[in-house]
Design a protein around this ligand. Structure first.
Ligand code: SAM
Length: 264
């Protein structure tokens, strides 16, 4: 059950070094360099400040029992594949964007272990590749904001999510008004949520919920077709391959995170 899942108290407490050892910063200057391109105040600065404040607060509260600081990273995770299954999308994307940290989130223990083992095997075979891909076991419906700071992510993938057909099971779907607000929180403005499913009813549900959410707009067809991640999502996910074999339909929809409106 979820009681057995471990998760950090906040993103500032998350130790990513076990997932991406090649991206541990060896000097303070190297830390969090990946967020440089962003306009305005760097999100990395915000995350760092939050980390420092949290650690100071804990030190005050706990006296000598303060938690050990986590290693600083050169990059932050930027892409999350929610319900990644056996990781087909992760391993196809990783070599295409070697400087971007990609994380699969999966609730099944054995499936998570399979993905972690595969990442290690691929790193051993191709030492300069696959350092940027990892997987963790978690319930993404519950703990997303524990792992990612506001506006940390540039892409979220929801590939062939479990359809939960019956109306009384719809609350288990990974798209809902509440969860979309969490995706909006962890996505940066301009960031994209990618969805694909072979279940038309679920597709319409996802489109309806994202279009109804003020933080998102649907991405137009031309841009969808030009996005190389869409081709990967269609052809490299395990479910995408299964649907292909069965000559089924695949429904794709992308949603862009809009900037927050300015305060009056
Ligand atoms: N995305 C993969 C693909 O396209 O091949 C796998 C799709 S599979 C139908 C859905 C996956 O989501 C399963 O591996 C399931 O264990 C996982 N899952 C379901 N609920 C989840 C949750 N709350 N948190 C994380 N993973 C979840």
């Amino acid at each position: 059950s979820d009681h057995a899942l471990s998760y950090p108290a906040s993103p500032a407490h998350m130790d990513w070094s076990v997932h991406y050892p090649a991206f541990v910063a060896s000097t303070a200057e190297e830390a969090d360099g990946g967020a440089e391109e962003k306009d305005g105040r760097k999100e990395s600065e915000a995350a760092e400040q939050e980390r420092e404040q949290e650690q100071e607060k804990e030190q005050e509260q706990d006296g000598d029992t303060a938690v050990a600081p986590v290693p600083r990273m050169k990059k932050q995770v930027e892409i999350a594949d929610i319900g990644c299954g056996f990781g087909g999308l992760l391993f196809a994307l990783a070599p295409k964007m070697p400087d971007t940290l990609i994380l699969g989130m999966e609730i099944r223990t054995s499936v998570t272990q399979f993905v972690v083992d595969k990442a290690h095997a691929l790193r051993a075979q191709h030492p300069s590749q696959y350092q940027n891909v990892s997987c963790m076991r978690t319930n993404s419906m519950k703990f997303l904001p524990n792992f990612f700071a506001r506006a940390q992510l540039s892409k979220i993938f929801l590939c062939f999510p479990d359809p939960h057909f019956k109306a009384r099971k719809h609350k288990a779907r990974i798209v809902s008004a509440t969860l979309n607000s969490e995706y909006a929180f962890v996505l940066r403005p301009g960031g994209i949520v990618y969805t694909i499913t072979d279940v038309e009813d679920l597709h319409l549900w996802m489109v309806g919920h994202f279009e109804a959410h003020a933080a998102f707009e649907r991405v137009g067809d031309e841009e969808v077709e030009a996005d190389e991640c869409v081709a990967v999502m269609r052809s490299e996910t395990e479910e995408g391959k299964k649907v292909e074999r069965n000559k089924g339909k695949k429904f794709v929809a992308l949603f862009r995170r809009l900037p927050d409106p300015a305060w009056p």
